[in-house]
Design a protein around this ligand. Structure first.
Ligand code: TNX
Length: 550
């Protein structure tokens, strides 16, 4: 009897173990994990399968789909024919059409998609470009990693699991920032950065283009910005603020290159938001045009990191003319609805002493009060004037959370970087917010033990911490509706090479992608980490990205 009981217990245990062991096969290695996933039995063979595309799908989306077909064909050597059969949306379900079927479903949101795979068909539905793009990104992660390669592999069958996926993002703004000012990254590396963002369904790149340490965008009306402002006489070594490596350093993007990158991003479903950081962090411009500063200079493009006291002079009308001219050229290059105007870390020591700034304060009738100095309100005036100029041209501003200190005009979007506090306050005041807290989203921070990691700025941001970020924490319903989304920032003071840039980005950006895309209840670090190791690391290897293993 006891022996029988023992056997029953053993059998139950064995069953439990096999059930547990089966669980992983019910999970797919897709990051960010889709909202709803039902895995069935068997596989659909992609190699040589026909592509059928709904007539209602527009030319840009059809190009996207055709490119995917061509990629399969190129690798396997078996033709994936592409056709637009008449009445496809009506006959798609009757069994007469096999292979890939792409349908337009106008009931879906612009970034929403569904994928239904049986052994005979793979049906994709979306309503707009990003929906189709994300469906294809998911399909690529569902099949063999060779899909990311450029190598011909005639043996490759490209099997897709039988699965039903319904998916859409949690947040509309899914951003990644790149500082190309502290260190300059060539166009090819910027494109590589955009490629991996798109693979993980990010849709905004915040491009930090101007700094104390270099001005990186050609402005035709002000040629000295790039002739002078784009180059510095050396760079401090490590954390030794008194040192200089003596190596002239610099670079910039021509307007033609900018246009090329903007178009490249657009095809990847990514809007580039340019930043002109003002009125602080402006030594690049001041070195080129010293008349824009309070003292008139001389100024030098900075060779060290930190926050400079030398800032632009809002007492001089010429500063506003300069900014309006720069933004006029910028708006020609960047179709983005949002333009980032910086606003962070602007010391007021020069303004306090500057006769022009003081005259401006007087003329405007600005008074200090218990909370803010007159100079702080002067920065509000700068923000408001630039905001009005951009609004008058149909654009909206984003600024770092300092723009909230004092007064801020309606319609501005606040990027919360000094923790979440700025976002909490701004959303309570009714401003839209992008959460980018340094406590969770600063990819220039260490991701492991500083003793064994390459030199970084400081901080402590392992991937688990990024993954654990919950953007709605501490916010009530009225505040939550103002959270447009989440962004991580990659400042590059200590990041001078492509390899190191990628190492700081990956795989933390994948964790960010789940914060941006997945509902809180669908996040699961163990599932995510397993998918990284079994899926994404192979993608990085195939595409030649450097990344941090864990
Ligand atoms: C603060 S975040 C800055 C940057 C630095 C960064 C380093 C922000 C608006 N300003 O200028 O690069 O810290 O982590």
């Amino acid at each position: 009897m006891t022996r029988k009981l023992y056997l029953i217990v053993l059998a139950c245990l064995a069953l439990a173990v096999t059930m547990r062991a089966k669980k992983p096969s019910m999970v797919i290695n897709v990051i960010p994990y889709p909202q709803s996933v039902e895995v069935g039995k068997g596989f659909f063979k992609g190699a040589g399968a026909n592509f059928n595309c709904d007539q209602a799908i527009d030319a840009d989306c059809a190009t996207l789909i055709r490119d995917f077909a061509d990629k399969l064909t190129f690798i396997t050597g078996k033709v994936n024919s592409f056709a637009v059969p008449v009445g496809l949306s009506k006959i798609a379900g009757n069994g007469s059409v096999k292979g890939f079927i792409f349908l337009k479903d106008n009931a879906m949101g612009p970034e929403e998609y569904s994928i239904d795979i049986t052994k005979k068909t793979c049906v994709v539905k979306a309503s707009a470009y990003n929906g189709f793009l994300y469906a294809i990104q998911t399909l690529k992660q569902l099949t063999d990693v060779t899909i990311f390669s450029d190598k011909v592999d005639p043996a490759q069958k490209f099997m897709f699991p039988v699965v039903s996926i319904k998916d859409k993002p949690r947040f509309a703004y899914r951003g990644m920032h790149l500082d190309c000012a502290r260190h300059f990254f060539p166009v090819e590396e910027v494109k590589k950065y955009l490629d991996i963002m798109a693979a993980y369904k990010l849709n905004r790149m915040h491009w930090h283009l101007t700094e104390d340490q270099g001005w990186r965008i050609e402005i035709k009306k002000y040629p000295r910005l790039t002739q002078v402002g784009a180059f510095r006489n050396g760079t401090m070594v490590g954390k030794d603020f008194k040192s200089n490596d003596g190596i002239r350093y610099g670079g910039y993007y021509t307007q033609e290159q900018i246009k090329d990158v903007v178009a490249y991003a657009q095809a990847l479903g990514i809007t580039i938001i340019p930043e002109i950081d003002l009125p602080g962090h402006m030594l690049g411009a001041l070195a080129a045009y010293p008349e824009l500063g309070c003292t008139g200079g001389p100024y030098e493009v900075w060779t060290k990191w930190g926050v400079s006291d030398q800032v632009m002079c809002p007492g001089k009308e010429g500063m506003f003319t300069f900014l309006e001219d720069v933004f006029t050229e910028l708006m020609e290059l960047f179709p983005s609805e949002y333009i980032h105007i910086g606003g962070d870390e602007c010391p007021k020591t020069e303004w306090e002493k500057c006769p022009d700034c003081q005259a401006r304060i007087k003329a405007l009738g600005i008074k200090s009060d218990d909370e803010h100095t007159a100079e702080q309100y002067l920065q509000n005036y700068v923000t408001a004037r630039v905001q009005k100029f951009l609004n008058d041209h149909g654009r909206k501003i984003i600024g770092w959370d300092e723009i909230l200190e004092g007064e801020l005009a309606p319609g501005a979007t606040v990027m919360s970087w000094r923790g979440v506090a700025g976002g909490v306050k701004a959303s309570a005041l009714g401003f839209d917010v992008i959460m980018s807290p340094n406590s969770f989203c600063y990819f220039d921070y260490y991701q492991g033990d500083p003793a064994t990691e390459p030199l970084a700025i400081g901080g402590d941001l392992p991937i688990e911490k990024v993954y654990g970020y919950e953007p709605f924490e501490g916010l009530d319903a009225s505040q939550r509706k103002h959270i447009l989304g989440v962004q991580a920032n990659l400042w590059t003071e200590y990041i001078g090479t492509n390899d190191y840039l990628e190492y700081m980005l990956l795989p933390r950006m994948c964790a960010l992608a789940e914060v941006q895309w997945c509902k809180e209840e669908d996040k699961d670090f163990d599932r995510f980490a397993a998918a990284l190791k079994a899926g994404s690391f192979k993608i990085f290897d195939t595409l030649g990205y450097n990344y941090r293993k864990f």
